[in-house]
Design a protein around this ligand. Structure first.
Ligand code: ADP
Length: 537
């Protein structure tokens, strides 16, 4: 069997039809609603206690720290109040022994020490001034608020958030294991160590990285439109959006500002449709899930994010290689093997190792438009351990990789579409955006002699039909972050294609959705959440 035909057959298995997109959107909206009504649903829909998004006019100097894996980042962010900011940051690796320390104190004391070093290095004047002032008052409560830095704490481990700066650790992941910390409030653990060092810092907000992305985008996005949704397509995938308070009907324990009528909700959409009601499920997806550490969980994420796409490709390629009649990565594949050498697969090839194929090869495959697929073949050698792969081999990898990535992008588009539909942001009542007049209304204007009005309405309508007119007020802004959406060529275009296929959005709605990269979400976003939190104190 020719490799080309077999690659086409496998690629077709990953096709997500327009009907598939529409079913996904319908189920997504249903699961969003279920998660707002009660705990323990597939999509958690976690209330974040963040009750507003910025509009770019916010000002001030804030601190942000990020503990999420191998490194601890400390930064200060000067918000200039004109959608711009200045950021200074330092990064330090967490010593291994602290990741598995006996007590939480050891780790958090280390973190507080890094904050002190950072303040001394970058804000020493402020720091010294504070120390002098502090010496003149007897209690920590005695020093005035404006002399204390507000800090946003991005903590990327599962926590049960019970207030804007309170959250109890549910469990450690990613190689951390300090049993003593489980169940404790991580903000308080950090604040205690900060106070012991007498630092002028208040842990004002506990921050989820997706919420940070939403806030950072809302501050930096052009125009006056506030952002609806922040979404991450990196190692994992998740989204946080602005919800009406009245729609969050499940109980919330902590206090929050009710005046805005809104709250940011962290969807935890990675676990959308764990029951596989609508998600596509090829034999390759099923194998990935079976062999994973959490079968049946994070099923949406397992079809979308960077951690998994390379593995899906690996499993699909191995399935082809195992077919005796398919000469993939074999010498008999092609007469055009211009290396004039034998195609060989390294014994230690990542193809033979679970999780060893990095998703970036999908981007390289997509970007290589050359006839000889030279760049891709080099990557196949480097990243798949196959030397002297033929053009046919590379074309097969390209075909399958493309299908996997397009499916991921279309599913991502479905998630964005569902949130836009659920929030009613495209709906004229909800957004008070004037819609183009109907033809009948224009006729009426003409009959009544309102010719100027009729002419302007006609022009608007024509521009709208031609896709030319999107007023700033009509824009629905979405902030995204993550290597997949940033580097996979055309990821956004495939998302958009899927959104257009949903009747409630269509081509006119899709044009009104603006998608922009939110840079430095975990720094600027955390600073902005600390700012929102400070307003509530
Ligand atoms: P994180 O989500 O951990 O903050 P990133 O946004 O950089 O970090 O995402 C890293 C993930 O993206 C990894 O799983 C990696 O395999 C994948 N990735 C990195 N570069 C690319 C690329 N060019 N194309 C597709 N995936 C990529």
């Amino acid at each position: 069997m020719a490799v080309e035909a077999e690659a086409k057959r496998v690629a077709a298995e990953f096709e997500l039809t327009d009907d598939g997109v529409r079913n996904t959107v319908a189920e997504f909206v249903a699961e969003m609603k279920a998660g707002l009504a009660k705990d323990g649903t597939s999509m958690s829909q976690i209330p974040t206690y963040v009750t507003g998004v910025p509009n770019g006019t916010e000002k001030g100097l804030y601190l942000a720290v990020d503990l999420g894996g191998t490194n601890f980042r400390v930064c200060s962010i000067q918000l200039n109040g004109d959608t711009t900011f200045n950021l200074v940051q330092s990064k330090v690796a967490i010593p291994r022994e602290l990741m598995v320390a006996q007590t939480a104190k050891e780790l958090f004391a280390f973190l507080a020490k890094q904050i002190e070093t950072f303040l001394r290095q970058h804000h020493n004047d402020h720091f010294e001034k504070h120390l002098r002032r502090r010496a003149t008052v007897s209690t920590p409560e005695g020093y005035r608020d404006e002399h204390v830095f507000r800090l946003g704490f991005t903590f990327s481990f599962p926590v049960k958030q019970v207030g804007i700066n309170r959250g109890n650790l549910i469990r450690w992941t990613k190689g951390f294991n300090i049993p003593d910390a489980v169940g404790k409030d991580v903000c308080q653990l950090l604040q205690t160590e900060i106070d012991l060092l007498k630092l002028p810092v208040k842990v004002a907000a506990l921050v989820n990285d997706t919420v940070g992305t939403l806030m950072a985008r809302s501050y930096t996005s052009p125009g006056k439109t506030s952002t609806l949704l922040g979404a991450i397509f990196g190692t994992g995938t998740n989204g946080a959006y602005v919800e009406q308070l009245s729609k969050i009907t499940k109980p919330m324990i902590g206090d929050y500002d009710k005046t805005t009528g809104e709250m940011v909700v962290n969807t935890e959409w990675g676990s959308f449709d764990n029951a596989l009601k609508v998600l596509p499920n090829t034999e390759y997806d099923a194998k990935l899930d079976r062999d994973s550490v959490n079968p049946g969980i994070q099923m949406f994420e397992k079809r979308i994010s960077g951690m998994f796409l390379g593995e899906i490709l690996r499993i699909a390629l191995v399935a082809l290689m195992n077919k005796p009649d398919v000469p993939l990565f074999r010498d008999d594949n092609s007469s055009h093997n211009d290396y004039h050498s034998t195609t060989t697969i390294d014994e230690t090839s990542p193809l033979h190792t679970q999780w060893a194929v990095d998703s970036s090869i999908l981007s390289i495959a997509e970007a290589d438009k050359s006839v000889g697929l030279r760049a891709l073949r080099q990557q196949i050698e480097k990243n798949l351990g196959v030397s002297a792969a033929s053009i046919e081999d590379a074309a097969a990898v390209k075909e399958i990789a493309h299908a996997i990535a397009v499916r991921a992008a279309r599913l991502s588009g479905a998630a964005v579409a569902a949130i836009v539909i659920h929030t009613g942001r495209l709906n004229p009542e909800a957004s008070s955006v004037p819609q183009p007049k109907s033809t009948a209304a224009i006729k009426e204007d003409i009959l009544k002699g309102n010719l100027a009005e009729a002419a302007s309405a006609t022009a608007n309508k024509l521009a709208d039909t031609a896709g030319l007119s999107v007023n700033e007020e009509e824009i629905v802004d979405v902030g995204v972050d993550g290597s997949l959406v940033e580097f996979y060529p055309g990821f956004e275009d495939y998302m958009r294609e899927a959104m257009r296929a949903v009747p409630e959005i269509g081509a006119a709605g899709e044009r009104r959705i603006r998608i922009g990269i939110a840079k430095d979400g975990s720094g600027v976003g955390a600073a902005l959440i600390a700012l929102v939190a400070a307003k509530m104190e």
